[in-house]
Design a protein around this ligand. Structure first.
Ligand SMILES: *Cc1c(COP(=O)(O)O)cnc(C)c1O
Length: 380
């Protein structure tokens, strides 16, 4: 099996599994218990919190563990924004290329006015785009750090600095960025940041949000007051431990993994451009995540392509995992100006730590033969 769908999820690292297992089998205590097993679980969570804080350059108490990216985004966009609307109707700015956890949270709120900014043809949102959308009652801006379909990295640092000068809060969905590009919360003027372990070689169903010191966040899940009283529920100790080690490992390997993935992407582009006519590399000019490559074909749908590749045990994606089974064209590709048919004729290849140069050869030759199979079937 060749797995090139790492933007959908990643394989858990061996280290993370090794660190996770004891917390299921032997150290299975409830972190709130006052006996030895409870103490050990508490200690393990504290250790993971420190690992995360070190990885993104913040303080441990600024990290709250959640069930993943969708929860973190929903918490900020429903929990926090509801609080921001208590005195007056608030305005929120986001982009039209966010993950559906952000877009649907924005859609399903009746207390906010929402502006959806359109990016340029490479998926970039500029500081001046955001600044000119500000209104007197703008309370919160949410812009993803890096896009999960085309890989475009946004100017989060500059947007944050501008928003600070206007006293507007800033949240970023950094699910694709954390563990993949360097992030320092001490440098970024970001108030809230969302991350998810299964996108950085950790387990599924666990993630965290960063909440900057001194910024109030309403309680979202009620119960036993875990996670500083903000997010109740018995902690997923094994998941938290694995998340800590997975992120530490990603940050340690960041330089090397970036170079490798950029090389794999570059090789893939070169090989495909040589053999397939009129191929379009989406967001080609943008500063992109190292491993994500989104391409549009002339006359072959992404879905047909994906299925033919899947028959050869190659996993790529036609759009984001959550859309690709609905046959709707990607909202991200439409937002960067692709036509409906161009958007449908696209696939995403996303490389991760375990991909190799040899796999690029196999993927590109499989894409080439799938492409000619589809286009020849059409022309006869
Ligand atoms: C995967 C993803 C999410 C959702 O994270 P889950 O942990 O799967 O809920 C949110 N935002 C982006 C950009 C993602 O890629």
């Amino acid at each position: 099996m060749i797995y090139a769908d790492n933007a959908a999820t990643t394989r858990i690292s061996e280290l993370a599994v090794q660190k996770l297992l004891p917390y299921l089998m032997e150290e299975y205590g409830n972190a709130s218990s006052q006996h030895k097993l409870g103490f050990k679980a508490r200690k393990a969570i504290a250790c993971a919190r420190k690992q995360v804080a070190k990885a993104i350059d913040c303080e441990p108490h600024e990290i709250i563990f959640t069930s993943g990216g969708s929860e973190g985004n929903t918490w900020v966009l429903h929990g926090k924004s509801r609080e921001l609307c208590e005195r007056e109707r608030a305005h929120l700015i986001t982009t039209s290329i966010e993950h559906h956890s952000v877009l649907n949270a924005c859609k399903n709120t009746d207390v906010l006015d929402v502006t959806y900014l359109n990016p340029d043809s490479d998926g970039r949102v500029s500081v001046s785009n955001v600044e000119s959308a500000l209104r007197p009652n703008t309370k919160l801006v949410t812009i993803m750090f890096a896009n999960n379909e085309i890989g475009t990295i946004q100017p989060v640092q500059q947007i944050g600095e501008m928003l600070k000068s206007h006293n507007v809060m800033f949240h970023t969905d950094a699910v694709q960025a954390v563990g993949h590009i360097p992030i320092s919360m001490k440098k970024l003027k970001v108030d809230f940041l969302t991350a998810s372990a299964h996108k950085f070689n950790g387990p599924k169903g666990i993630g965290f949000i960063f909440i900057r010191d001194g910024i109030a966040m309403p309680n979202y899940i009620f119960g036993g007051e875990q996670e500083f009283g903000l997010r109740s529920g018995t902690e997923n100790v094994a998941g938290i431990v694995a998340l800590g080690y997975a992120l530490e490992e990603c940050v340690q390997n960041l330089g090397e993994d970036t170079i490798t993935q950029q090389l794999l992407v570059k090789m893939t582009i070169e090989k495909l451009k040589k053999s397939i006519p009129n191929l379009i590399i989406n967001a080609e000019l943008a500063n992109r995540l190292p491993g994500i490559l989104n391409i549009t074909f002339e006359n072959a749908t992404g879905e047909a392509m994906m299925h033919l590749l899947s028959l050869k045990d190659i996993c790529v994606s036609a759009g984001a995992a959550c859309n690709s089974n609905k046959g709707v064209p990607s909202h991200v590709l439409l937002a960067i100006g692709k036509t409906e048919s161009e958007a449908k004729n696209s696939i995403r290849i996303s490389y991760g730590r375990y991909n190799t140069v040899k796999e690029v050869d196999e993927i590109t030759s499989a894409i080439k033969s799938a492409y000619f199979k589809i286009t020849q079937a059409k022309s006869t």
